[in-house]
Every structure is written in structure tokens, then in C-alpha cells.
Design a binder for this molecule. Sequence first.
Ligand code: UTP
Length: 469
Amino acid sequence: MPSPRESLSEICRDAGHEYLLKHWGRLTPSEREELEKQIRTLDFELLRGLSPNALPESIPDDWVALSARAEPPDAVRLGQLYRGISAKDACEEGARALSDGKVAMILVAGGQGTRLGFDLPKGMYPIGPISGRTLFEMHVDSLKGAMRRFGVSIPLWIMTGPSTHAPTEAYFAEHENLGLRPDELFLFQQGTMPAIDATHGRILMESPGQLALSPDGHGGIVAALARCGALAMAKQRGVEQFFYAQVDNPMVTACDPTMVGYHRLAGSQMTTQVVRKRFAKERVGNVVSIDGKTQIIEYSDLPDAAAEQTNPDGSLKLWAGNIAVHVFDLEFLEATAASAHGLPFHRALKAVSFVDESGELQKPSKPNAIKFERFVFDLLPMAERTLVIEGDASQVFAPVKNADGAPTDTPSATKQAISSLHATWLADAGVIVKPGVQVEINPIWAWDPGEVRQKINAPANVVADTYFA
Ligand code: UTP
């Protein structure tokens, strides 16, 4: 019987990665334990299939060919009937499903948030224009607004990553789960993938006892939901749909009943919300239909000629920009999680620091490594039935991506978008907001324009947690 150390060596040798144990002799017992754990969770067979060759240096031919066949997706357009279904019908159906406890929420918060340059998990970033509520609070308050509105408890699963898990757990513990009950909030961690050397395919190590691991992309959610038991638990609770949002977009209405209702009435397995692109090469994924399948072409993969096509009225032919708000059937996620291949991996060429054979830390100035990520939108072409729903960007989308000073997607722009939206809700209820005045409405107080109207007409109900300035 080989010792644990011998069996580890055997695993590495058989996989052709013996060098991972090169510095074993210098490691402390706890470092050895950690490295062993990391190596034992590697899927060497999967890594063998992900060749370091074939890096996309320019738009590959198949994107050119695919983009030439890309058509706008079949979509619910703003203000129009879709196959006889009105937004009101959809909203009523969604409200029924919510009240019956058939909907749960997923928030993905496992990314490293590198562009924002904030030391803590992005969900802890203060974004309320007046309240300073964090991104996590904004989402949880919206969910609480939905719970109040539909008179039901709605479970929330939050996906964290290796660098965000512990601080996110501490944040929720310190803030008493932001008021959610223990059976309403579940944190689970996504998987990781090692970075590999772009030339030889060797797994890089960030220190003598640590592999260079990073989160496996938001598409890691399918495997992670299955692994942590969320799919089984949700099913047991009678959940039929998951409403999916990203932590960086506080404009999302948690479990939007209209979206859920369209999804259910159209018999969709995966529904995605899009907004009309403002210009041809806008940096958003393009939701298109190719050979009858809905899929996304990244802006960087869409050739100019395809992006710039217009309709007779001058509007963009490929108009639908992905904003990463989705509804999934639980059964569809179960089937995908059980399928042998799952979602494909995308490769990105990056500069990754690593320790060399002599144990020296190398900090390359040029990309030297391939990182692998799965994208949640790759589920679209895997679904037999999909639905695309147009939203109004000013009402649904203002992501926090970059630090202030960048041209777009900054915290200041997001705060302004929240304030402008809530000013329209107040105007709708007859309250004039003077130009330049910031406003913020907490969804626990009023979840949508209809509730604002009711509250403003009944001043006795106005409570302290509203933000008018
Ligand atoms: P982004 O791709 O914008 O990444 O993620 P990010 O980590 O927020 O920021 P950068 O690119 O490092 O600056 C979009 C959403 O997907 C989640 C993020 O937390 C964010 O909500 N995400 C991304 C994950 O949950 N896991 C991942 O591996 C990647």
C-alpha cells in the first residue's frame, strides 16, 4: 500500500506533472496538506483536453462565418405583445409562481473584481446614492421587497469565489444575514481552475506550496449548485425557477415577476434579459440566433461588418445586448449539471506570476499563461427552448465594473442611474424632484412605481427608511 505521499507522487507522475512536488521538501506540514488537497481536486483529464495551442489571437474564421449567419433573436420587445402574451399577463403569472414559492434567487459574487480595484468583495461596495447601502444590501432589500409583495419566503443562494468566500461569510455573519433567516440565505463556493503555462501546458504555481488557481467563471455555477446540494434542496422546497443576477448590477428587480411569467408562459428553459445596444461595437455580448439556436457572440468576436448591419429604419440589426439577468428552469440546470461535458471552457491569455523550478517568483510583464473560465450564457445554445426579453437599460442596468475616472460603468454612473430611475418613480407619483437632487427609494418601502404611488397617496404609511433628499 503506497503512503499518501507516494500516491500523490504517482498521481502527479501519471498525469505528467511531477514538477508540482518539486518544492515539497521545503514545505511546512500545513502547506503540504494544502498542496495535496489542491492537487487531489485537479481534473487532469479535463486539463489534458484543454490544449495550450489554438489561442485566439484574432477573430477566428468560424466567428466570421457564424456572425454572417447571425440573426436577431426572437424576443419580447418593449411595449409589444409576444405571441399574444401581454406584459400584464406575464406579470400575473410570475406573481402567482412567486406567491406559490416556485421561485428562488441566485446572485453570483465570485469574481475578483479586478477592474474596480476594491480590496473587499465587490458585494461589499457601498453604492446606495444616499444610504451608502452595499451592493449586497441593495439586492437583499430588493428580495425582501419581493417577499413582502408576494407574501412568501424566497431563498437566496449567493455564489462566492476563493478570494471572496471568507470575507463574504464574515460580512453576512456580522450583519445578521442582512435580516434573512438561516433558511433563506445560502453561501456556496464556485470551483477553481489552474493557470497553465501558454507554451508547455504546465500548471503554474503561485508559491512553492500553492497552485495558481482562479475562479472558474460565472459558468462554474452549474457544477457548484449541484455540488453544494442547492439543486436538490431547491427541488425539495418546490422551486421550479431560479432568477439569476450578478452582484455588480444593483438595478435588478429581484425575481422580476414579469420575466418569470414570460418564461413560464412561453415554456422557456432559459430566459435572458437584454437591452438595446446604443452603438454597433458596444462592449456587451450580442444575443443572436444562429441556425435556430440562441447564443451570445462577445463584442470582441463580432466582426465590424456584422455589428454594423442595419435595418431599413437605420436601427441595428443585431440589437440585443446581454446584461446577464436570466431565469433558469431548475430541471434544465439539473440536466446540464448531469451531462458529461457541462459548459465549455474559454481561454484567456494573461500575465500570471509563478515560481520557477528554482523556487524564484517570476513576474512576467507579458502574457505567459492561459486561464480557463466557463460563461453562464453558454447555457443558451444548450437549451431547447429559450426566450429573450428586452428591458429598458435606464430601468434595469447600471453595473459597477470600473473605478471612478473610467469612461463607463463606474460607481458614480451607477449611483446616478439609481437616483434618476427613482426620480422617475417619484415623478410618476406626482412628486417633483428638482434637477441635481439625488433620491433613493428603499425597495423594502416601495418595490416598484405602483407601490411608490400608493405610499405617496397615503402619507400615514411613509416610514423612515425612505431616502428623499
Ligand atoms: P465580471 O466578468 O464582470 O468579473 O463578472 P468581476 O470579477 O466582477 O470583475 P473583473 O472582470 O475582475 O474586473 C460578472 C459577474 O460574474 C461574477 C462576478 O462576481 C460578477 O457578479 N463572477 C465572475 C463570478 O461569480 N465568478 C467568476 O469566476 C467570474
